[in-house]
Design a protein around this ligand. Structure first.
Ligand code: PLP
Length: 429
């Protein structure tokens, strides 16, 4: 076990003044038990905690840091922007630069609206979908996460044809009733909902790779099928690309899978580590947003120049270096293969799902293609794996239902260290 005295003391203080000691639940390590390391510094692929432990980071702030921590060009741009003031709440040139770059990188979009988080991006995109279609219902998939707005905190629950039950106290049942739940990789479940609610579904929202129940890639034909169903039923297709955007390819999942969405939501990578989100679409749709259209959405700090500087710089680097995408995908493939080999050698039941620079081990012998499949993973084994990896100085997400994030800053040594650690930990299971 690594020394954690300083983190433990901080966690005790934190728990008195922050619910669970944290500002976002997963950070509290509830599903693996124990104390989260309090981090002090990150450089490239490595992070350091309050006790001086050094780790190879495979969380990357949950995805945003695709170039690694403290990238010199990003820090430089933020420092420059800061010199001129932190916020104006007025138009600035850098917002135009960012929007032009995003429109040039992402297929099928003409216009962007910047917001401050992925949650806000999704919440706003849903309003736009409802506003332009004049319909109220939304189809989402069990196990997909779209931020914490009321309408999205609903998983399955009752039968597939009825409205879902809220996932959280405080979500009005009237709001939850308009969120219909389908099964990932199951087009029939979507078709049934559309047919049972004719002319009422405003949009289908999907994570093009489900990366909040571990990692569940779309099967061939699934995203294409959603596109066709949306066209047949007059619903909009929303790709929630808060994780996949600028991670799978410069143009995100639309480019990677070759499927067109009507609205796309971004977060995480788009801000380069600063709090930024965005939603985007064709001109006809986006001009329905205020002030040109009747759908209201606003934000005091939206397009904040310091946040834009971080996002713009990271996106410019990604845009200029598309080879990054093949490199990070290869690293993730290599990690997944190493884990599978270790599992085969030691006869541990393991499925490693990997797509692009995202991967996730599930401790089960059955393939994992939807939420129900993810529930078969042996969580006790995951816990042992997690703490074993921490002992080897691998900083990975403390939950079975989060992705392992690979980024451009991971060196060959980092990847080898991960593979060796994983093999040792899996062997010991
Ligand atoms: C993280 C995430 C969100 C929410 O973004 P926040 O910035 O945490 O509000 C929404 N959708 C997906 C797919 C995410 O992974």
């Amino acid at each position: 076990m690594l020394t954690q005295a300083h983190s433990e003391a901080l966690f005790e203080r934190a728990k008195k003044v922050l619910p669970g000691g944290v500002n976002s639940p997963v950070r509290a390590y509830r599903s693996v038990g124990g104390t989260p390391p309090f981090l002090v510094r990150g450089e490239g692929s490595h992070v350091w905690d309050e006790d001086g432990n050094e780790y190879v980071d495979f969380v990357g702030s949950w995805g945003p840091l695709i170039l690694g921590h403290s990238h010199p060009a990003v820090l430089e741009a933020v420092g420059q922007a800061m010199q001129h003031g932190l916020s104006f709440g007025a138009p600035t040139a850098i917002e135009v630069d960012v929007a032009e770059l995003i429109v040039s990188m992402v297929p099928n979009i003409d216009m962007v609206r910047m917001v401050n988080s992925g949650t806000e991006a999704v919440m706003s995109a849903l309003r736009v979908a409802r506003g332009v279609t004049g319909r109220d219902k939304i189809i989402k998939f069990e196990g997909c996460y779209h931020g914490h707005s009321d309408a999205m905190l609903v998983k399955a629950g009752s039968g597939a044809l009825t409205g879902g039950a809220p996932d959280s106290k405080g979500v009005p049942s009237a709001v939850a009733a308009d969120t219909l739940i389908a099964q990932y990789n199951d087009l029939n479940s979507v078709r049934e909902l559309l047919e049972a609610n004719p002319g009422q579904v405003a949009a289908i929202i999907v994570e093009p790779i489900a990366a909040n129940m571990g990692v569940v890639p779309p099967e061939p034909g699934f995203l294409e099928g959603l596109r066709a169903l949306c066209d047949a039923h007059g619903a909009l297709l929303i790709f929630d690309e808060v994780i996949t955007g600028f991670r799978l390819a410069r143009g995100g999942a639309q480019e990677y899978f070759g499927v067109r969405a009507d609205l796309v939501t971004f977060g995480k990578i788009i801000g380069g580590g600063m709090p930024v989100g965005a939603y985007a679409g064709k001109r006809e749709i986006m001009e329905q947003v205020a002030p040109t259209g009747p759908i209201y959405q606003a934000g005091t700090l939206s397009g904040n120049p310091v946040a834009m500087a971080a996002g713009l710089t990271q996106l410019q680097i990604l845009n200029a270096h598309p080879e990054i995408y093949t490199e990070i995908e290869h690293k993730a493939q290599h990690m997944a293969d190493a884990m599978r080999q270790a599992a085969a050698a030691s006869q541990v039941a393991l499925q490693v799902n990997q797509c692009g620079a995202l991967l996730c081990p599930y401790f089960t012998s059955e393939p994992v293609r939807c939420f129900a499949d993810t529930q078969r993973s042996d969580l006790e084994k995951f816990r042992t794996y997690f703490w074993g990896m921490q002992d080897h100085h691998m900083y990975i997400a403390p939950s079975q239902y989060e992705a392992t994030f690979v980024n451009a800053s991971h060196t060959e040594e980092d990847i080898e260290a991960f593979c060796q650690a994983a093999a040792a930990v899996i062997n010991a299971l």
